[in-house]
Design a protein around this ligand. Sequence first.
Ligand SMILES: CC(C)(COP(=O)(O)OP(=O)(O)OC[C@H]1O[C@@H](n2cnc3c(N)ncnc32)[C@H](O)[C@@H]1OP(=O)(O)O)[C@@H](O)C(=O)NCCC(=O)NCCS
Length: 192
Amino acid sequence: MMELRGTRCVVRRWRKGDAEALVRQADNLSVARHLRDRFPHPYTPADAKAFLSSVGANGHVPENLAIDVDGQAAGGVGFSRGHDVERFSAEVGYWLGEQYWGRGVATEALLLVTGWLFERHNLLRLFALPFADNLASARVLEKAGYTREALLRSSCVKYGVPRDQLLYARVNAGWEGVRRADFPQADRLTHG
Ligand SMILES: CC(C)(COP(=O)(O)OP(=O)(O)OC[C@H]1O[C@@H](n2cnc3c(N)ncnc32)[C@H](O)[C@@H]1OP(=O)(O)O)[C@@H](O)C(=O)NCCC(=O)NCCS
């Protein structure tokens, strides 16, 4: 069972029974306005059902996880892995229901997921792209050891308005390198 335990929260797989809590926390413009458009607003029970069916119960490494506080789904944290030469990088994202803000929960959840992706999944680099005016999220990233690398001007459009984004990243100092199974071209390169 995949579960990352902290002192403020537990990061775990989503469950079908999270639907009600998910709607309660996610149906909030103060949350949605900082996220990608694929995060719906308003957030309906049908949205929750579709999301919980899409994330799957078992099997492959889950890319979307629940942040659980006191046994209730309080928010979400996830990652999206790159491809080809970027396959050791992933974008991370997170959100938390407003009633839980300001207690260090998102920072702890991000630290737990960062450690898990670096140590268990051997990722080399994690990055995030908060809107430039999302000071709370920038602070979460700094507290979780991410470094601001860039300001990306007019790099996205949210609710019809061009927005700047910040690029934050953390590099895995303990990266184990490319294993042979991850590098099928190795033979071709060494044999000319
Ligand atoms: C961003 C978010 C995840 C933060 O969650 P959280 O659990 O409250 O975060 P933490 O308590 O771990 O840390 C928040 C930090 O931001 C600071 N902060 C909050 N609002 C701030 C503001 N307007 N300006 C500057 N700093 C601010 C807090 O003081 C705290 O820093 P501190 O510990 O140094 O005092 C939460 O507000 C949220 O879900 N927002 C909507 C969705 C979102 O923005 N997701 C991220 C998209 S990139």
